[in-house]
Design a protein around this ligand. Structure first.
Ligand code: NAP
Length: 179
């Protein structure tokens, strides 16, 4: 019998104005969020757009990257290049089995979130209490489709530029009425 397919989990830090990036960088410094990001992505395959991969500058240790690029491009240990979404999802599903995890992380950026939000099972959003100038934004989280499943509010730590909240959303059953 086939195992259940891995869950598709979007992980993103999002400003009050929907901002996620500016000039190919994160528009804030939040050490606490980076620590949590590491913890929730460790040991999992991550689907990532080419621009986000270049902005990080290297494969993240302990994780595997499925790099989306229509051009193909250079690869490195732990990096698999996919030229379209279906290939990325197929590779990520195979790698999740090899890595013995039931989650595939969707790691952005804006282009990739917009293409995969309709297929995701869970959103793990860091709501950042800032509204910076930005050129990359998270898609609207439609409350008819997404149910808030948990919220942890945090004041800014010593190495955080702002307060933030960790908010998880689960996809509502397709035909559950709002309420
Ligand atoms: N706040 C957060 O949590 C967070 C997380 C991640 C990223 N970010 C930010 O988001 C920004 C980058 O987002 P972005 O939208 O500009 O770029 P992106 O999504 O990282 O990458 C876009 C690239 O991915 C490739 N691509 C997209 N769709 C594809 C498809 N269906 N098939 C094959 N390849 C595909 C293309 O690469 P080619 O041009 O090579 O074909 C495209 O140019 C940066 O500022 C980054 O810091 C923020």
């Amino acid at each position: 019998m086939d195992a259940a397919p891995p869950r598709l989990v979007i992980v993103a830090a999002v400003g009050r104005n929907g901002a996620i990036g500016a000039r190919d960088q994160l528009p804030w410094r939040l050490r606490t969020d980076l620590r949590r990001y590491r913890a929730i992505t460790m040991g999992k395959p991550m689907i990532m757009g080419r621009k986000t991969f270049e902005s990080i500058g290297k494969p993240l240790p302990g994780r595997e990257t499925i790099l989306l690029s229509r051009e193909g491009g250079a690869t490195a240990d732990g990096v698999f290049v996919a030229r379209n979404l279906e290939a990325a999802l197929r590779i990520a599903t195979d790698r999740a089995r090899v890595m013995n995890t039931n989650e595939i992380i969707v790691a952005g950026g804006a282009d990739i979130y917009a293409q995969l939000i309709d297929r995701a099972d869970t959103l793990r959003i860091t709501e950042v209490d800032l509204a910076p100038d930005a050129d990359a934004f998270f898609p609207t989280i439609n409350p008819a489709l997404w149910r808030e499943a948990g919220r942890e509010i945090h004041p800014a730590g010593p190495e955080d530029e702002a307060a933030f909240a960790f908010v998880d959303y689960d996809r509502r059953e397709r035909d559950t009425p709002l309420g």
